[in-house]
Write a protein that binds this ligand. Structure first.
Ligand SMILES: Nc1ncnc2c1ncn2[C@@H]1O[C@H](COP(=O)(O)OP(=O)(O)OP(=O)(O)O)[C@@H](O)[C@H]1O
Ligand SMILES: [Mn+2]
Length: 399
């Protein structure tokens, strides 16, 4: 993101915590959402027995399984249809997860895409995956703006699980994996190797990218000899990138149109295909739950939105930036299917199911417990927002 430049990190250091970026009128919408939580009916606070079957099914699909190298990549690459990356019910998901975490590395280069350090790994069978390395410890709290900090590899893994629970199957397939930079140095291409110093006897890397700096490295851990990261299976097909209508200005003093205009959604409804708008509202709910405030662009496959780049979630479990929900409260529409799915995971079922999927990952625990608590709190805000819309516009908000 060239237009963001170095500002992102400069702002992060200078500013105290802020959780409201909207002024006056929009702020009152946020206050109403927070007040509404107190009067939500028991259906939003109790468990819905329907979640149990869905949870069991997800676990049986996601549990890592044996696979056949002669067809595992072909299976995974045959799944994507329109923007759906993986199927609803398929036990082979666990085989693919196992393959991306087990198959040996035959080549490593620096990805040229995006602005943060990412490695492209070539696995046995010529399958390419992206590796987003770990920069933070689990208990680290990211302070600053909603888009502060570097990517969180655990956020990419949890996002994949959460998207499956919400039946928004538009994220890449992701698994945690630890790799040894030292043992794989021989597979790194020349350009990457130029950015792989040995520091305190550990093999490190800083790569080349917009935010890559030679004094900000990731390294093999001295005790385990490996570096943690998230492995993302590459989604095949043509992916097109668009500026998000709810993009932030990344400048503290400058508000975007969506932050000033109460009728902003009416403008966007004229510009964006309706299915895509509903996708963006699903994405806003997803981003609010994980607290990703950095979806500056959205990307599509066959004209429908993908949930790519989920590394900026789970930064701070003590803050809820309500304005991530702006697409929902400004448009006051939501897919009926999304709403029904959210209702199935009330009363603690969401974090319970999520944690059970997280447990299947090699890097479990993926987050500290406070993040699960935060997820439940934010789910209540989503319910409140939709309830307020329903009070105002009735059942026509469901699409
Ligand atoms: N799993 C994937 N399959 C296919 N393409 C991908 C995948 N993950 C990322 N990409 C592509 O690579 C680009 C960069 O990835 P990503 O957005 O995660 O990086 P980033 O460094 O956070 O970028 P930015 O600074 O723009 O936010 C994406 O815009 C997308 O086009
Ligand atoms: Mn990003």
């Amino acid at each position: 993101m060239a237009d963001r430049g170095v500002l992102e990190y400069a702002v992060e250091r200078a500013k105290p915590i802020v959780n409201h970026t909207l002024q006056n009128k929009p702020r009152s919408v946020q206050n109403a959402i927070m007040r509404k939580v107190k009067t939500l009916k028991p259906v939003f606070r109790n468990k819905n027995p329907k979640y149990v079957g869905i949870k069991q099914n997800l676990i049986s699909c996601f549990v890592p399984k044996s696979y056949n190298l002669s067809n595992v990549w072909r299976i995974a690459n045959s799944w994507p249809k329109i923007n759906e990356v993986f199927p609803v019910k398929d036990k082979s998901i666990g085989s693919v997860i196992n393959a991306i975490r087990m198959e040996s590395i035959h080549g490593i280069k620096n990805s040229r895409r995006g602005t943060q350090l990412k490695l492209v790994l070539e696995l046995t069978g010529s399958q390419f995956v992206l590796f987003k390395p770990s920069w933070y410890a689990r208990e680290d709290i990211i302070n600053g703006t909603v888009y502060s900090g570097k990517d969180r590899h655990n956020s990419e893994i949890i996002s994949f699980h959460l998207a499956a629970i919400l039946n928004l199957r538009y994220t890449p397939i992701v698994a945690g994996r630890s790799i040894s930079l030292r043992n794989n140095l021989q597979y790194a291409d020349e350009a990457l190797r130029q950015t792989m110093p040995v520091i305190n006897n550990q093999q490190c890397a800083y790569g080349f990218c917009h935010y890559c700096k030679s004094d900000e490295t990731v390294c093999d851990d001295p005790t385990t000899g490996t570096l943690e990261g998230a492995v993302l299976l590459t989604i095949p097909g043509k992916i097109v990138k668009y500026r998000s209508p709810w993009q932030r200005t990344y400048k503290d003093q400058l508000k975007a149109e969506w932050e000033k205009n109460d009728n902003y959604c009416a403008l966007i409804r004229k510009k964006v295909q309706f299915d895509v708008l509903l996708d963006l509202i699903d994405a806003a709910i997803f981003d609010f739950l994980i607290q990703n405030g950095d979806r500056h662009h959205y990307e599509t496959r066959e004209n429908r939105v993908l949930l790519l780049d989920n590394g900026k979630g789970f930064g701070n479990p003590f803050i809820d930036h309500i304005d991530i929900l702006a697409p929902l409260y400004q448009c006051c529409i939501i897919r009926r299917a999304t709403w029904e799915r959210l209702l199935i995971f009330s009363g603690g079922a969401l974090s319970e199911t999520l944690e059970e999927l997280n447990k299947l990952d090699l890097l479990y625990p993926l987050v500290i417990n406070e993040h699960y608590i935060a997820l439940e709190r934010r789910l209540l805000y989503v319910y409140s927002t939709v309830e307020l819309c329903k009070e105002k516009f009735g059942n026509k908000i469901f699409k």
